[in-house]
Write a protein that binds this ligand. Structure first.
Ligand code: ADP
Length: 508
């Protein structure tokens, strides 16, 4: 029997795969709402399960980049958003994602020619505040009273702030708010004027630092009923000066409202047993088959010495698939590899490395130069190439992830699912998804603590050492491939959180 009053979640995001995806937020918003919707039971911690279904709506902006031909989109209604220049009209369109209702919001502040994120901060702030408030007005217009408004990052934090300023609003009287933090340092600079023009005043006199009192993300952090970061370690890290982006002291005063729930991984998109991009498909039971993929990859990137092909395959192949950004520690990798290469001697272990990434021009230059310096060891492929990324995950031996900070991170989970062993800094989601094989017999990777090239080098050496024992290596690959990174467990944790926030008196 279906519950006549299911828990209703309004999930608001700037992007959601498969409609539009720029980064990790798009993955989460495309995967979590369907995962929430497919839960059919609820079990509070330690208690028996009972049947329960959630009613979830996903709301995203109708960005110009969304390909209308790929989805059945129809016009639903229009709403007005209050603005000092007079009400602004939002046009609401509707489609669905395997049954999950998806609303797309258009209107003058979201012109079709505008990129999802531009370099014009004031423009983006106006767009996303309009979008956030229109999402709430949409719920009101169709009489769909959410128990939870789940906003994400600075783009939609204004919805959370608006709700806290309108606690007396009859329609939203039973609505609790959750703010997802996918990347703390992006707070919505340039939003001061747009916020006020949508009647959202700065939080003067609040516990926020003065510089943060008129920025959307801090205002959301101030007013959300609960804050969720995308990993448990990141939830702790943002309380420290190193990761807190200036808000650590304020966040320490809200610790009871902060928790971390690690993201899952799309199990269909990333599946080596059916992946059409790779030479040979395989599973944990047939991990040796990866050798064929490695050989094909070496060939593709021009690393094969035709005289001794078999020997080539035994040289460990390292890889990095990443945005080329300081956050990702690309500079640390280049420095570490420079040192490793210069130490190379007959007794030192051999290795090769492939970079796949685009990003900051200076880092692109840095990886290109490294290839020029060590053409026999390094390949630097400076482009975005999703099919090639699949072939690297399925053929390389280790993936380097020396991130300075990593709220969750997907690449390490993909790597493990493909039997490519992560060598990573123990931060954020990397710390929560990888177990170090040096301290733990059932480890799944090699972790290091300090964001220093020497620390990365040591972790690479640990990896090369284990690699030289092929039985141990294969066992580690199998363990990696058997990890459960599905969305179901994370969705259950969100479900538990939502139920814990339900306003008293609600009969669900
Ligand atoms: P972030 O979202 O911070 O960039 P994640 O690890 O969460 O980092 O996700 C990165 C995703 O982008 C992974 O799926 C990775 O494979 C992919 N990726 C990064 N750079 C490239 C590239 N140059 N070509 C193809 N895929 C890439």
């Amino acid at each position: 029997m279906t519950n006549p009053n299911p828990l209703r979640v309004l999930f608001i995001s700037a992007e959601a795969d498969p409609f539009v995806k720029i980064g990790g937020l798009g993955d989460v918003a495309g995967s979590l709402p369907p995962a929430l919707r497919s839960l059919t039971s609820f079990s509070p911690a330690g208690e028996a399960e009972s049947p329960a279904q959630m009613d979830v709506r996903l709301v995203i902006p109708f960005h110009g980049i969304i390909n209308r031909n790929n989805f059945r989109i129809s016009r639903l209604t229009s709403v007005e958003v209050a603005h000092t220049s007079g009400p602004l009209v939002a046009e609401i369109y509707q489609t669905d994602l395997n049954g999950l209702p998806v609303d797309l919001i258009g209107g003058d502040p979201i012109p079709p020619f505008a990129p999802v994120y531009s370099s014009d901060w004031g423009f983006d702030a106006h767009k996303y505040i309009f979008f956030s408030l229109a999402a709430l007005e949409l719920a009101r217009k169709i009489g769909w009273q959410p128990h939870i408004v789940h906003a994400n990052d600075w783009h939609t934090a204004a919805a959370v702030y608006w709700l806290s300023l309108h606690r007396q609003d009859e329609f939203f009287r039973n609505t609790a708010t959750v703010l997802g933090v996918h990347n703390l340092p992006y707070m919505g600079v340039g939003a001061s004027f747009p916020l006020e023009s949508f009647f959202l005043p700065p939080a003067i006199g609040s516990p926020l630092p003065v510089w943060a009192q008129h920025l959307p993300l801090p205002l959301g952090l101030l007013s959300a009923d609960h804050i969720v970061t995308v990993s448990a370690t990141y939830a702790k890290e943002i309380l420290t000066p190193e990761f807190g982006a200036g808000l650590d002291e304020f966040l320490r005063s809200r610790t009871d409202k902060i928790s971390g729930i690690v993201n899952g991984l799309d199990q269909q998109r990333w599946n080596p047993s059916v992946d059409a991009h790779i030479s040979v498909t395989y599973s944990a039971d047939s991990v040796r088959v990866r050798d064929a993929n490695k050989a094909a990859l070496l060939n593709e990137i021009g690393f094969v010495n035709q005289i001794n092909k078999a020997l080539e395959n035994h040289i460990p192949l390292l890889a990095m698939i990443s945005r080329l950004d300081y956050q990702k520690g690309v500079d640390l990798t280049v420095e570490a590899l420079n040192k490793l290469a210069s130490q190379a001697s007959k007794s030192a272990p051999s290795w090769r490395m492939i970079f796949l990434g685009t990003g900051l021009p200076e880092l692109e230059q840095m990886v290109r130069k490294l290839e020029q310096k060590y053409p026999d060891r390094i390949r630097s492929i400076v482009r975005f190439d999703a099919p090639l990324s699949h072939r690297i995950y399925s053929g390389a031996d280790m993936l380097l992830l020396p991130s300075r900070y990593e709220p969750c991170g997907l690449a390490q989970m993909i790597a493990m699912r493909y039997g490519c062993i992560p060598v990573a800094r123990a931060t954020g989601g990397l710390n929560d998804t990888i177990t170090d094989a040096i301290v733990n017999k059932s480890g799944t990777g090699f972790l290091f603590s300090e964001a220093l090239p020497e620390a990365l080098m040591r972790a690479i050496y640990n990896g090369l050492d284990v690699y030289s024992n092929q039985n141990r290596w294969r066992a580690m690959q199998r363990r990696c491939m058997q990890q459960d990174f599905s969305w179901e467990e994370s969705a259950r944790r969100y479900q538990r959180l939502y139920y814990s926030l339900i306003k008293k008196g609600e009969n669900l």
